[in-house]
Design a protein around this ligand. Structure first.
Ligand code: FMN
Length: 167
């Protein structure tokens, strides 16, 4: 498998910790974890496989460092790359915009690269999310506020899926 760059945007640290746990599941040799706040286009382009993670803030907005970085996404060459997304949110308090930030990233990237790692919405309970396509999440949805006990199994299952889907 080609090297994986895991780029996260996190305000209070939940998404950073999830990025580190996903990185640990792949192993240090395979995956590098990077804060999107300190990333350049060239750094993203240097990986064959990308995992991009954002929390959701405001009412259904991307985390602010991702929002800033996303303004440059039109300049990036992602052709031939495989991208997987993860979103961190709160399905109880924000049931009408659960992990919307992940959905926004998906819509910005879907024409530029192959997005892999869709997951089932079973075991979640929310009303509306922009991060859905054909009734599946467009990546891994994590809710550390309400379902932290399910997080490790969700990560492990997703990482096994990505091992089969990545370049
Ligand atoms: C003001 C505010 C707005 C939020 N809006 C949403 C939202 O629209 N959708 C969602 O799923 N979670 C929302 N959340 C929950 C956060 O995404 C969640 O707490 C997440 O774990 C924060 O991760 P971070 O510390 O990595 O930024 C919101 C939280 C706050 C405090």
């Amino acid at each position: 498998m080609e090297k994986i760059g895991i780029f996260y945007g996190s305000t209070l640290g939940h998404t950073r910790v999830i990025a580190e746990r996903i990185g640990a599941a792949f192993g240090q040799e395979q995956a590098q974890v990077i804060n999107i706040e300190n990333a350049s286009i060239a750094t993203l382009e240097s990986f064959g496989n990308l995992i991009l993670g954002t929390s959701t803030w405001g009412v259904g907005e991307m985390q602010e460092d991702w929002e800033t970085f996303a303004r440059q996404l039109h300049k990036i060459d992602l052709s031939g790359k495989k991208i997987a997304l993860f979103g961190v949110g709160d399905q109880v308090e924000w049931s009408d915009s659960f992990v919307n930030g992940m959905g926004m990233l998906y819509h910005k990237l879907t024409d530029k690269a192959t997005i892999v790692g869709f997951t089932s919405t079973q075991s979640y309970n929310f009303d509306i999310s922009l991060a859905l396509k054909n009734d599946q999440f467009v990546g891994l949805a994590i809710d550390e506020v309400n379902q932290s006990a399910l997080t490790q199994e969700r990560i492990s299952r997703w990482v096994e899926l990505l091992k089969k889907s990545f370049n």
